[in-house]
Ligand binder design. Structure first.
Ligand SMILES: C[S@@+](CC[C@H](N)C(=O)[O-])C[C@H]1O[C@@H](n2cnc3c(N)ncnc32)[C@H](O)[C@@H]1O
Length: 285
């Protein structure tokens, strides 16, 4: 088919950037190679129909092209995982900064609720200091997809199918500074006003909803697990990074203050309070 005709058909549903991305996915050509092609023989009318139907059915664009950009890197995505959000990049910035400041050798990275593993892989691609990485997710399908990205970036990462910190409770990390990142499913059930149709209909529920009464329960369980590990001398220097929703700052502050934990709250690219860095020094004996 002629490239011009393909572009015309797709332009009803997608913008120019998206059309370029779709054509690159369908042909395997680079942007530059595509520019010089007039005919794209591999693309048929039925292929285009499948793609335009996907758009009509509100399938997120990233799932259509099986690619999402995060922290300047491309990650494979489909409906097994949450599409990485730019709001989360601040967490990666903060961890890289703290890891690079570490004088102690052998920092360990643990990503709970890993999804596509965009957080640990972005950190590992940008700092050479981390010696050991573990990722946890409660969804087997999410871990299958995370493996694709781990293999793409050729990183040595241990995966665990379980909840929260549970699969790591017997590990002794007391000799290393440990960086724990967690972006939990924090949306209140049925809070549809703050979500797009694409997200509501196609992103996995397990990645979105974890809310019971205070919405913070999963983070509370994780924090309690970490304190328990410190009490048992299996963790010592720990930095925990969590992501919160725009209206959750007050509750977060009151909970962390109640526990006597030192914390700082950081804004995302849209100047919204998003990432909380928590230190556990007050629990060290
Ligand atoms: C909001 S997504 C975050 C994905 C990824 N970290 C990111 O930032 O794009 C949450 C992930 O947590 C997983 N999850 C939900 N409940 C969990 C639990 N109790 N323990 C471990 N993982 C859980 C979901 O399967 C989903 O992949």
């Amino acid at each position: 088919m002629k490239k011009l005709i393909i572009q015309q058909i797709l332009s009803e549903y997608f913008d120019k950037y998206q059309i370029d991305q779709i054509l690159q996915k369908l042909t395997g050509f680079t942007k530059n190679q595509l520019f010089f092609c007039e005919e794209l023989d591999d693309i048929t009318e039925s292929t285009l129909k499948i793609i335009t139907e996907q758009s009509k059915n509100w399938i997120p664009f990233e799932y259509i092209i099986n690619k999402a950009e995060f922290y300047g890197l491309d990650f494979y995505v489909d409906n097994r995982v949450l599409i990485p959000r730019n709001d989360t990049e601040i967490m990666v910035d903060l961890v890289i900064e703290s890891v690079d400041d570490q004088l102690n050798s052998g920092p360990v990275l643990i990503d709970i609720w890993t999804g596509s593993s965009c957080i640990p892989l972005s950190i590992l691609e940008n700092t050479p200091k981390i010696i050991e990485t573990h990722v946890v997710d409660i969804s087997e399908k999410a871990l299958e997809l995370s493996k694709i990205n781990i293999q793409k970036y050729k990183n040595n990462i241990q995966q665990y199918l379980w909840s929260l910190y549970s699969p790591l409770i017997s590990k002794d990390f007391s000799q290393s500074p440990v960086f724990i990142t967690a972006n939990l499913p924090y949306i209140k059930d049925n809070d549809f006003d703050n979500m797009s149709i694409e997200t509501i209909t196609h992103e996995p529920d397990l990645a979105l909803y974890g809310w019971k009464e205070t919405w913070f329960e999963l983070y509370e369980q994780l924090i309690q697990q970490i304190i328990q590990q410190i009490n048992q001398k299996l963790l010592q220097t720990v930095f925990l990074y969590i992501e919160i929703w725009f209206d959750q700052k007050e509750y977060t502050e009151s909970y962390l203050t109640k526990l006597g934990l030192k914390y700082s709250i950081h804004k995302d690219n849209s100047w919204i309070d998003r990432c909380v860095q928590i230190e556990f020094d007050s629990y060290l004996k």
